[in-house]
Design a binder for this molecule. Structure first.
Ligand SMILES: O=C(O)c1ccccc1NCC(=O)[C@H](O)[C@H](O)COP(=O)(O)O
Length: 265
């Protein structure tokens, strides 16, 4: 079978890790904002993790140039429950500085979305102020994934464990049950998104896990559909980044948030 984008990204990541150095820890210990708790008490009918994303392998560089700080502040003011920051540079044009800026700007859980395959990246995530990290089932053997999951917990970070299909989910659950499971609706070979991936996997997600549906959420009907599948939250990138009015787009997709007026900047 031909190489997927994930295979390419992982080759680059391994190369980057050969000349990796840790940033200094933050000067003051930070509060932990729990991703799980936030998504179990969402501000809208469905939880929202709003993503800071400059570019992607599927879409290239987005036409709207964004500032991580301004974008996250807007998301917070529209009652997003959490912020995802894509920190990979090569394929997504992000950086750890984006996450540091976002940390200084919002009091919400921050998910570091990157391709984490090494414990040093967990330490780095904690030092830059993330509350949670992404662990991708397709990137690691279940036992290696479990080790990173435990390392994250030990360092005070939550982990969103992401699967793309039934086989990955079964292998994962045969090894352990993460507290937060993400179903990514994007096929990493074709880049097509299909929310039915979430619909297919949702019945097999343990009831005590928080279920996040990731990628391909563009319309209010998509949010409704995910709600009907039992998802706790959606992770939304492109639809928000490309919207001229991001606050309005959140309102169009998710409805008015419980604190929408209070949170206006
Ligand atoms: O976004 C991509 O093209 C992509 C390609 C390969 C691996 C990962 C990719 N994206 C990371 C994400 O999971 C998404 O940024 C996130 O779920 C938001 O998706 P969307 O709302 O469709 O921008």
């Amino acid at each position: 079978m031909s190489e997927s984008i994930l295979d390419q990204i992982l080759i680059t990541k391994k190369e980057e890790l050969t000349h990796f150095s840790l940033p200094d820890p933050m000067p003051q210990p930070k509060l932990h904002y729990s991703l799980k708790d936030a998504l179990l008490r969402p501000n809208h009918r469905l939880g929202l993790i709003a993503e800071v994303k400059h570019a992607s392998p599927s879409k290239g560089i987005f036409r709207t140039k964004i500032s991580a700080k301004k974008t996250a502040t807007l998301y917070a003011s529209a009652c997003a429950d959490a912020i995802s920051v894509l920190t990979d540079q090569n394929y997504f044009h992000g950086s750890i500085n984006d996450l540091i800026e976002v940390r200084q700007s919002v009091q919400l859980p921050i998910l570091r979305k990157d391709f984490i395959i090494d414990e040093r990246q967990i330490e780095e995530s904690a030092r830059i102020g993330a509350d949670a990290v992404l662990l991708i089932a397709a990137a690691l053997e279940p036992s290696a994934l479990h080790e990173l999951y435990l390392a994250a917990k030990e360092r005070g970070l939550e982990a969103l464990v992401e699967v793309h299909d039934a086989q990955e989910l079964t292998s994962l659950l045969n090894c352990f049950t993460p507290e937060i499971i993400g179903v990514n609706n994007r096929d990493l070979r074709t880049f097509q998104t299909n929310l039915h991936v979430t619909a297919t996997l949702a019945p097999n997600i343990p009831r005590n896990a928080v279920l996040i549906s990731e990628s391909g959420v563009h319309r209010a009907q998509d949010v409704q559909f995910l709600l009907e599948q039992g998802a706790h939250a959606a992770l939304v990138g492109e639809a928000l980044i490309c919207a001229a009015d991001k606050r309005q787009k959140i309102c169009d997709l998710f409805g008015k948030g419980v604190n929408a007026n209070a949170a206006r900047p």
